[in-house]
Design a protein around this ligand. Structure first.
Ligand code: SF4
Length: 154
C-alpha cells in the first residue's frame, strides 16, 4: 500500500484529537473529488513497517492522548489496500485498547466484499458512498454530500 499523508495529531478529520492516514488508490472517480492526486495506487509513498509502528506508538502516547485513528484517502477499502489496512486495524485492536477507528470509503456498506467486511468488522464508524457534487452540502458533518451515510457500527 502507498499513502499520501500521515498526521500524527489531527483535530479536523473525525471527533477529538486523532491520528489520520490518507492512503493512495481510489477507483470511484467522483466528479468534484477533493483529493484527485490520491487516485493512483502508486502515487504517494510506500506505507512501511516503520510507519505502521509509528501509528501504534502515537495512539499509545499518553502525552497527547488520541481518541483514535482516521483512515481516509484515496480509499482504504480499495481491494489492494485491504490486506495492509486489515493488519493495521487488527494491531490497533490488540495493542491500543479503547481507541476508535473512523473510515471514509467510496464503496457502500451494503456492497462490500467479504475481505472488505473483515476490515469493517473491526472499525467503529464508516462513512460510505461516493461524493456526489449535486448533493454537496457544506452544512453536513463528517460527509461531503447528502447521499453519504455515517454508520456508527459499534
Ligand atoms: S471516493 Fe473519495 S477519494 Fe475517491 S474519487 Fe470519490 S471523493 Fe475522491
Amino acid at each position: 500500500m502507498n499513502y499520501h499523508q500521515y498526521y500524527p495529531v489531527d483535530v479536523v478529520n473525525g471527533p477529538g484529537t486523532r491520528c489520520t492516514l490518507f492512503v493512495s488508490g481510489c477507483v470511484h472517480q467522483c466528479p468534484g473529488c477533493y483529493n484527485k492526486s490520491t487516485w493512483r495506487l502508486n502515487s504517494g509513498q510506500p506505507f512501511t513497517q516503520a510507519l505502521e509502528d509509528q501509528i501504534i506508538a502515537d495512539l499509545q502516547d499518553t502525552q497527547i492522548p488520541r481518541q483514535g485513528l482516521t483512515l481516509s484517502g484515496g480509499d482504504p477499502l480499495h481491494p489492494q489496500n485491504v490486506p495492509d489496512v486489515l493488519r493495521l486495524v487488527e494491531r490497533i485492536h490488540a495493542e491500543c485498547p479503547g481507541k476508535d477507528i473512523w473510515m471514509w470509503t467510496g464503496y457502500l456498506l451494503a456492497e462490500l466484499t467479504p475481505a472488505q467486511q473483515q476490515v469493517v468488522a473491526l472499525i467503529n464508524v464508516l462513512v460510505d458512498g461516493k461524493f456526489v457534487q449535486d448533493l454537496k452540502d457544506p452544512a453536513l458533518i463528517w460527509r461531503g454530500s447528502s447521499n453519504q451515510v455515517v454508520h456508527r457500527l459499534r
